[in-house]
Design a protein around this ligand. Sequence first.
Ligand code: FES
Length: 115
Amino acid sequence: MNWIEVGRLDDIPRLGSRVIATELGDIAVFRNAADEVFALRDRCPHRGGPLSQGIVHGRRVTCPLHNWVIELADGEAVAPDVGCAGTFEIREEAGLLYLALPAVSAPALPAAMED
Ligand code: FES
């Protein structure tokens, strides 16, 4: 697993997100009202809507296209909907955010940090 620095916590507004472009596709990094951060693939499991443009509430995000609700912690759609966006590990250290990506994509990523 490779940890890459993806910016500062304060770069993301509360209840907002930013998108990190990676070889694996766009990853949406969310910050909720409690300053928790989550990283999900920026594709809704319904029809691929941009979750990064959704509404964050609690530990969930509502997709902007058809209002599916997705759990930020595990990427799973809230019942009765079924599907998973996929998540990535993310951690905050001294105000900086580090995203974990599978090692296979490391060579093309900037500022890679070996774990
Ligand atoms: S694409 Fe997200 S709810 Fe339909």
